[in-house]
Design a protein around this ligand. Structure first.
Ligand SMILES: NC(=O)c1ccc[n+]([C@@H]2O[C@H](COP(=O)([O-])OP(=O)(O)OC[C@H]3O[C@@H](n4cnc5c(N)ncnc54)[C@H](O)[C@@H]3O)[C@@H](O)[C@H]2O)c1
Length: 330
């Protein structure tokens, strides 16, 4: 049985779907502060899924999960706050939840003898890119509390390996995008900060804001590496296999090795939606590097992972999910 923290959220729910489709038993632990019970109800149709509502900030909540379920083989840890701007305004919230919450989880794992964890880390741990594509040896110098909180957890996991034998795979995601290809689940953030859903949701009253068109890139807009959420879920399954096969603690980028500009994403969204999307061009925002692209050689070599979906797949699946989400919300 696999324990998935944050499994009612965007990325976690796609891993849960992939695990259930492979016949795995899954427990989701989620506070539902940012996740959705409707997503859990949808997932329950596809296999043996237990749901526990609880908060990692309460040690007893997470201890209770291990106490009742003695057959947890490994943990995949998504539960965290992840909005960069909010983390700058309220670092305390981020350090408590992302670091202290993780310490409680690790504490419970150690107590109950579970020593394998796959952790959602982020490209934000690298900070301003010194070169691109970014490989795993790139210096980790986060430029905001969110990135710091994730890097702290990475370091804690290293120390726990040395002292207690905790085996972790830290997956450093670039920009996650898209939805389940059958539109059964998808991205549901409030507020939404990610590019593709925000372009798709734009209306005449709430135009899509394009921040910065004077970067040193091919069309002046920022370049990001959009990694499909189903491909990402697959990488987590491979990381679990890696740990089950005796793999040592590791850290791996998840991206496509390729980037797209904001303008390219915007144009592709217009083509897929078949309409003109209302646009407002704005000055640069602070803290947006011109280009963030992953070198994914290590994921290919260590996990045998090959992303299957391209940007159009991400946009098409996100668009189909937006329609379903519209129905759920009405
Ligand atoms: N989405 C991305 O592009 C991206 C990129 C890099 C890294 N990440 C990381 O991936 C993970 C998942 O991201 P997401 O976009 O799915 O986020 P999300 O907000 O959709 O999901 C996070 C889930 O964790 C739950 N949660 C948060 N704090 C909790 C706590 N203390 N106890 C119990 N549950 C708690 C929330 O209710 C939510 O369901 C995060 O750790 C994030 O930092 C995401």
């Amino acid at each position: 049985m696999i324990l998935v923290t944050g499994g009612a959220g965007y990325v976690g729910s796609h891993l849960v779907m992939a695990l259930l489709e492979r016949g795995k038993d899954v427990i989701v632990f989620d506070s539902l502060e940012l996740g959705h019970i409707e997503i859990i109800e949808r997932l329950k149709k596809y296999g043996n899924l237990k749901f526990v509502q609880g908060n990692l900030m309460n040690l007893d909540d997470i201890r209770g999960v291990f106490l009742v379920n003695k057959n947890i083989e490994a943990v995949v840890h998504f539960a965290a706050y992840s909005q960069v701007a909010e983390s700058v305004k309220n670092p305390q919230k981020y350090y408590y939840n992302n670091v202290y919450g993780t310490l409680n989880l690790l504490n419970a794992m150690m107590e109950f003898g579970v020593n394998k964890i796959v952790f959602s880390s982020t490209a934000a741990t690298y900070g301003e890119p010194e070169y691109t594509p970014i490989d795993e040896n790139h210096p980790q110098k986060p430029i905001n509390p969110y990135g710091n909180s994730k890097l702290m957890v990475e370091k804690i996991m290293d120390d726990y390996d040395k002292a207690y034998g905790l085996k972790s795979v830290r997956l450093r995601y670039f920009n996650v995008a898209g939805a389940d290809s059958e539109a059964r689940i998808g991205e549901w953030h409030n507020p939404e900060t990610h590019l593709i859903p925000n372009v798709l949701k734009a209306t005449a009253d709430k135009k899509f804001k394009m921040f910065g068109t004077d970067y040193n890139t091919k069309d002046g807009t920022c370049v990001r590496d959009y990694i499909n959420v189903e491909d990402l879920a697959k990488a987590h399954i491979l990381a679990l296999d890696y740990l089950n096969n005796g793999g040592d603690t590791n850290y791996i980028n998840l991206g496509t090795n390729d980037g797209n500009t904001v303008k390219e994403v915007f144009t592709a969204c217009e083509e897929i939606k078949g309409v003109e999307i209302p646009l407002e061009v704005c000055p640069r925002r602070g803290g947006d590097p011109a280009s963030l692209v992953a070198d994914n050689k290590k994921a290919r070599e260590v996990l045998g992972w090959i992303p299957q979906h391209d940007l159009d797949d991400c946009i098409k699946s996100a668009y189909e999910w937006e329609k379903v989400l519209g129905q759920i919300m009405h």
